[in-house]
Design a protein around this ligand. Structure first.
Ligand SMILES: C[S@@+](CC[C@H](N)C(=O)[O-])C[C@H]1O[C@@H](n2cnc3c(N)ncnc32)[C@H](O)[C@@H]1O
Length: 383
């Protein structure tokens, strides 16, 4: 594939010309995941300074180190020789690297007894991950969660910023009726949207989750996330599902002050609402509906254990103790690191924006350290 501004726009236009219209989710799927040309499948830098956005694992190893600590508690609780840590959507692999390094250095017995499996859709990211993680032997890659047998996994299935990268349907309420957005092109190959009556599947989703969006609202429905959490539930025999991402419960997500929904595009660290530009070159993401993950997970035996935010989760796992140690050291480097750690927990920033949903299946005493103290149960936290 040629490097540079090859973006998949030509392929997108060909597909729409052939089909007439495509649902918004398919437009998003093509722009993000079209083989070799989509945003996530191309060899363009995405995460980090040279990319379009930062993730927590890119900022500082502490995120992976504290997660590793949480995983050790779960390992001891489950007490099985078949313990797997399954990470879905590992990006550049930093989180896997920090978790595996922490286990190897601080919990060698646990390290020897686990298998780490990455499920990754992007061949570009798999290549980077394999290079970074080449010194670890107990690691394996799969393309999809369906590559596991039903009830095969004992351990943890987790993700950081996975579901926000799923293609979503756009819906709109007009005169009390729900419409679905489709994408079309005009004679000059400009993209534009039209509305059609929403499918049965979308209407069922809204009914099952008891969602009644306000008149005039345009918002997203992540049917892919629904299907995926059901699949995870089927593959997990015993253990935990830990989902880290930005988002809200239904009660908050569809409040009238979000009349335009939460869809955003990221390009070179700037965000916009214009998904028609930079096709295949910019990220398109939406907030995760955590009520949906909780509800559909339950259908496959995943019981919700708790729902918290990153600040509470990391503090419960010992972030403040790390701050204190850095303060004691007190040199320039220590203060620089303290600033990075603050970014992870700042209210109004990552600390509150990022949520953690913990679900468990076939576990008796489900309490874990990361949920010791949870935020006040306002609409932002009630699933
Ligand atoms: C926003 S990045 C998050 C990266 C990483 N977790 C981190 O913390 O830096 C999303 C990742 O999920 C991957 N991805 C998206 N959909 C996926 C799917 N259905 N299965 C597996 N990986 C997927 C993308 O290729 C990308 O690596």
């Amino acid at each position: 594939m040629k490097k540079g501004k090859v973006s998949g726009k030509k392929e997108l236009i060909e597909i729409i010309k052939k089909r007439g219209t495509i649902p918004f989710s398919e437009f998003m799927d093509i722009t993000l995941y079209y083989p070799e040309l989509g945003y996530y499948t191309s060899d363009k830098s995405k995460i980090g300074g040279k990319g379009d956005f930062f993730t927590a694992s890119e900022l500082d190893p502490v995120f992976g180190q504290l997660l590793a600590k949480q995983f050790v508690e779960i390992y001891e609780k489950l007490n099985t020789k078949k313990f797997k840590i399954v990470e879905i959507g590992a990006g550049k692999g930093y989180l896997a690297y920090d978790i595996l390094s922490t286990l190897k250095n601080e919990y060698p017995k646990v390290f020897e007894n686990i298998t780490y499996v990455i499920i990754e859709k992007s061949p570009y990211h798999i290549k980077i991950q394999k290079e970074l993680l080449k010194d670890f032997e107990n690691i394996d890659w799969k393309q999809d969660i369906i590559d596991f047998k039903d009830n095969e996994i004992e351990g943890i299935v987790f993700s950081n910023e996975l579901f926000d990268a799923f293609p979503v349907e756009l819906i709109k309420k007009k005169n009390g009726k729900i419409y679905q957005i489709f994408v079309k092109i005009d004679e000059e190959n400009n993209l534009y949207e039209i509305e059609k009556e929403a499918t049965e599947e979308i209407l069922r989703y809204l009914k099952e989750l008891n969602i009644n969006i306000p008149e005039g609202m345009t918002t997203e429905i992540n049917l892919g996330a629904k299907d995926y959490i059901i699949k995870i539930g089927k593959k997990l025999k015993r253990g935990y599902v830990i989902t880290i991402d930005y988002g809200y419960p239904s009660a908050e997500l569809y409040k009238p002050y979000r009349m335009k929904g939460s869809l955003l595009c990221y390009y070179q660290h700037k965000y916009s609402e214009n998904y028609w530009e930079n096709i295949g070159l910019q990220d398109i993401t939406s907030h995760v509906n955590f009520s949906a993950l909780s509800y559909y997970g339950k259908l496959e035996g995943l019981e919700t254990v708790g729902f918290t935010d990153q600040a509470h989760f990391l503090t419960n796992l010992g972030l403040m103790e790390i701050f204190e140690k850095l303060q004691e050291i007190g040199d320039y480097k220590a203060y620089e690191r303290m600033n990075r750690l603050k970014t992870l927990v700042l209210p109004k920033g990552m600390g509150e924006k990022f949520k953690i949903l913990v679900q468990a299946k076939n576990v008796k005493d489900t309490n874990i350290k990361g949920l010791d103290i949870i935020p006040p149960q306002t609409d932002r936290y009630k699933l």
